[in-house]
Write a protein that binds this ligand. Structure first.
Ligand code: AR6
Length: 177
């Protein structure tokens, strides 16, 4: 699925984010930038030790929830990895939606600041952090749509959804918007 927005475009793909050759790919990190499972595990496994060495050196204090930091991409096909920290879902009453939107927005800002013309996102917070995917999809897409409407240059934003269920949730949310 592909929807032009302003000078940009949103694309939905099913696949593995570590295969993406976009300028930047986004990691679903934790605030210690300590590595883990899911997307984080796949990125560090395939990207090699250079990524963690760089984040340890540049961001020794980690990254707060709702924000993101950038590094090189080691052996991955992308140029940059943007490490985003989404919220852990705890029922929806703890500002999760705003924190999730902030994390997406910060990634987009970092990508633009680093002259990226393309960025690939996983579905942040919807794995180990248990954010309900239908709600997460709406927050993610709304944030990207608003950002692209305001942006004065081209940017390709691709969501790389790991399975059919995730793809379906994002496709339904995008159609609804
Ligand atoms: N490519 C694309 N999507 C993937 C991939 C992949 N290779 N692997 C998993 N997904 P998660 P979170 C999907 O758990 O919820 C880590 O341990 C997955 O199906 O990676 O933000 C970190 O270190 C799910 O829909 O991220 C943190 O501690 C989505 O990506 C914590 O988990 C996100 O799942 C972050 O949890």
């Amino acid at each position: 699925m592909r929807v032009p927005i302003g000078q940009g475009v949103i694309e939905l793909h099913q696949g593995d984010i570590t295969d993406e050759a976009t300028d930047a790919i986004v990691n679903a990190a934790n605030s210690q930038l300590a590595g883990g499972g899911g997307v984080d595990g796949a990125i560090h496994r395939r990207g090699g030790n250079a990524i963690m060495a760089e984040t340890d050196a540049r961001y020794p204090e980690g990254c707060p929830t709702g924000s993101a930091v950038i590094s090189g991409a080691g052996d991955l096909p992308a140029r940059y990895v943007i490490h985003a920290v989404g919220p852990v879902w705890s029922g929806g009453g703890r500002g999760e939606a705003a924190l999730l939107a902030d994390a997406y927005r910060r990634c987009l800002e970092l990508a633009v600041d680093h002259e990226c013309r393309s960025i690939a996102f996983p579905s942040l917070s919807t794995g180990a952090y248990r954010y309900p995917i239908d709600q997460a999809a709406r927050v993610a897409l709304r944030t990207v749509i608003d950002f692209l409407h305001e942006l004065d240059r081209p940017l390709q934003v691709r969501f790389v959804l790991f399975d059919q269920g995730a793809y379906g949730a994002y496709a339904a949310a995008l159609e609804e918007m």
